[in-house]
Design a protein around this ligand. Structure first.
Ligand code: IYR
Length: 327
């Protein structure tokens, strides 16, 4: 796989292809980042962007993980103290998951977001940006029904982070795209660069294949799940044999193979007794999806393999989390 392909595989959107190609052509010393509102336990949503960070490290880029404590506070996620406490746990889980320690820098937002230069730039962006624009950028990020003043400050700070962390590429789920578009439009008016961005898909709820899967809504998997929890959730996951029956629902079992398993394993082995045709070995996601669609691969067998691979991915973080908690 060439570097550009590795950098962009499984992306839902690349802004722009030309800009990202230039980075892939010369990755040495280039920095990409993702920001996360700290929360105690990583779930599949976090791991999807983490997979992209691992791709980028494999491609030769350096990675910055922003533990966005001030952003979480602005988004009503708890007291500043509570949020701070979870940031370190989050870092430990990312390292256990497989981010390379050498080429990952972890930064707490509050380390620089309260500095005078940053705050003055933030105020300049506040002057430049309409309320409406900032609110639209937050539509998919805001927690709680009522928009607060903090919610319109939030995306402006997220835009500024790109400059202050000196990164060359912003990574995020599709829910972050409007913030990145705002950054591309507004940062140049402060004399800063227009940042390239790459967005990962939002994976549907495990049980229905609909909507956004996150820790707060719907069924997801997390670093807290025991092997049996993973088996149970995967076994009850929605898995229609056709890829996209009504053109709207997605197949979460296939999505998990595509976005979580194939990027991290050279091959996927689906174990089957000889009387059902014996083991199936896949090097490529599309071959597995084709077999599921044609009926060659039974959903129950696919789910069994999926649970095993996901458990393998989650196990090191689960162990680390238990150590931290003294369990
Ligand atoms: N908005 C993100 C958190 C976040 C991301 C970045 I990239 C920042 O610079 C700051 C915060 C979320 O929804 O989790």
């Amino acid at each position: 796989m060439d570097t550009y392909e590795l950098v962009t595989r499984n992306a839902a959107e690349v802004v722009t292809e030309e800009e990202v190609r230039a980075l892939a052509d010369d990755p040495d010393g280039k920095r990409a980042y993702v920001g996360y509102e700290p929360s105690g336990v990583l779930h599949l949503g976090h791991l999807l962007t983490a997979n992209k960070l691992i791709d980028l490290q494999d491609a030769g880029l350096d990675v910055v993980v922003l533990l966005a404590d001030v952003h979480a506070y602005l988004n009503g996620k708890g007291t500043f103290e509570e949020i701070r406490e979870t940031a370190d746990q989050m870092k430990e889980q990312f390292l256990a998951y497989g981010l390379d320690e050498e080429s990952t820098e972890f930064v707490l937002g509050s380390e620089y977001q309260l500095d005078e230069d940053y705050v003055l730039d933030q105020h300049e962006l506040e002057l430049e940006t309409s309320l409406n624009r900032a609110q639209r950028a937050m539509a998919e990020i805001q927690s709680g029904e009522t928009a607060k003043v903090s919610h319109v400050v939030y995306p402006l700070m997220q835009a500024l982070d790109i400059e202050y962390l000196d990164v060359d590429l912003a990574i995020g789920g599709m829910d972050q795209r409007k913030v990145h578009m705002l950054a591309r439009e507004e940062l140049p008016s402060l004399g800063y660069r227009k940042p390239p961005a790459l967005h990962t898909p939002i994976v549907g709820d495990l049980s229905t294949g609909e909507g956004k899967m996150s820790s707060s809504e719907g069924v997801t998997l997390s670093m807290e799940d025991a092997t049996e929890d993973i088996e149970e959730k995967v076994n009850s996951a929605f898995c229609p044999p056709e890829r996209d029956p009504e053109g709207e629902k997605v197949n979460p079992v296939l999505e998990l193979f595509q976005y979580h398993v194939f990027p991290r394993f050279e091959e996927v082995v689906v174990e089957r007794p000889d009387e059902y045709g014996g083991d199936l070995v896949y090097e490529d996601y599309d071959d597995l999806a084709d077999d599921l669609e044609s009926g060659e691969l039974h959903p129950a067998d696919a789910k069994g393999a999926l649970a095993t691979y996901l458990d393998e991915l989650i196990a090191p973080g689960r162990k680390r989390l238990r150590e931290i908690r003294g369990e």
